[in-house]
Design a protein around this ligand. Structure first.
Ligand code: SP5
Ligand code: ZN
Length: 360
């Protein structure tokens, strides 16, 4: 293995997921989680000399290690039910999109009734209107999950580091909710696969610009998987708005194993790297035997979805800090929407990590 690369798991099946934009503040807009992202990442990996391997397929039972079966079943059947009911024949209704949500304060004191209308069922599991479902969404999301699971298996077989080029991303998908352009939680699946493979304690460090509310949800009660995230302060008005605050520290046996480091919009490299160092220290204190990195590069200066202003050198320095943990590491792709810089940011980060590993 050349010291500046490691294996990358990628599949063309990501192209099956064309979200067709997003509905934001009631308006259908083009959206930023686009098909081109997956192909740009592949091109950058190939020109940097990374070995690109396809994922192996996994049964739905693998997904149910971190997700409620009913949500996985919903995602698998949502588009066909939507189409069978005739919605796509009306203008603008070519994707599954919710209009009503069963908020806990509105329904908690009565038995849950699954709505008969597909338009209402669309609100049962999603947190928002930006995460549309098309004909190939489930197949692509399952293939992205396969990439993460395959990367974890390659680690278990002895690879020191593997990159999973997951698209769609995953960290906003919780045990029984999805949203924020995410359907299945690829990073959580990788972490759980490492646990199931015999690693006693795993750390997930999330560099995406947004708080990984799904990953936090999945591991919030657990002491075995540490979740640490640096992200734009939700209190300053940023997605996912309702969580990601520093006082969310875990619950019950998981108390102390959730570590949020919100940073100020526009903070740039300094405060962001200080938070990354904090998360690395937390992973070391946790005595993690393996690391999963949720590698979103949407914190980069110029990204249309975040105001953090991190430089390419900032991402390289974050990668060096992560490499300093000296742990078997799975990188899982999350966000990153500046199409001119996406490939370079991802590859530059991975190369910086590999350069530290290669010198040991
Ligand atoms: C995986 C990931 O990075 N998900 C982040 C999704 C954040 N979406 C928040 C809502 C997007 C609103 N974008 C509209 C921009 C109009 N100027
Ligand atoms: Zn993000």
């Amino acid at each position: 293995m050349p010291s500046s690369t490691f294996p990358a798991v990628w599949t063309e099946q990501h192209r099956l997921h064309d979200p067709g934009g997003e509905v934001w503040v009631g308006v259908r807009i083009p959206g930023t989680e686009v098909v081109a992202r997956g192909d740009l990442i592949r091109a950058a990996l190939a020109s940097a000399g990374f070995e690109i391997v396809p994922p192996t397929a996994h049964p739905a039972s693998s997904l149910e290690r971190v997700h409620e079966q009913a949500m996985v079943d919903y995602l698998r059947t949502a588009y066909e039910d939507w189409a069978a009911a005739g919605y796509p024949e009306e203008p603008g209704q070519d994707r599954v999109c919710p209009y009503i949500f069963p908020l806990p304060q509105a329904v908690a004191d009565r038995p849950f009734r699954l709505p008969a209308a597909p338009s209402a069922r669309a609100g049962v599991y999603t947190t928002d209107t930006t995460t549309l479902i098309g004909p190939g969404t489930y197949a692509a999301a399952a293939a992205a999950a396969d990439c993460a699971l395959t990367a974890a298996e390659m680690l278990r077989a002895g690879a020191p580091a593997v990159y999973a080029a997951c698209r769609p991303p995953g960290h906003h998908a919780g045990r029984s909710f999805f949203g924020g352009s995410c359907y299945l939680n690829n990073a959580a699946l990788a972490a759980q696969a490492l646990r199931d493979g015999g690693t006693d304690r795993v750390a997930v460090i999330d560099l995406d610009a947004h708080h990984g509310n799904g990953t936090q949800d999945i591991f919030y009660d657990r002491a075995d998987v540490l979740y640490g995230s640096v992200h734009v302060d939700p209190g300053a008005g940023w997605f996912p708005h309702f969580c990601g605050y520093a006082d969310e520290t875990g619950r019950g046996p998981g108390e102390g194993a959730n570590c949020n480091r919100p940073v100020t919009p526009g903070c740039g490299d300094g405060p962001w790297l200080a938070a990354v160092d904090d998360l690395c220290a937390a992973a070391a204190t946790h005595r993690a035997g393996a690391l999963v990195v949720s590698l979103g590069v949407d914190g980069a200066a110029g990204d249309p979805e975040s105001p953090l202003g991190i430089s390419p050198d900032g991402f390289r320095r974050a990668a060096e800090a992560l490499a300093g943990l000296d742990l078997p590491t799975v990188f899982v792709q999350e966000g990153g929407y500046d199409l001119d810089r996406l490939g370079g940011l991802v590859v530059g980060t991975l190369q910086a990590f590999a350069a530290v590993g290669g010198s040991r």
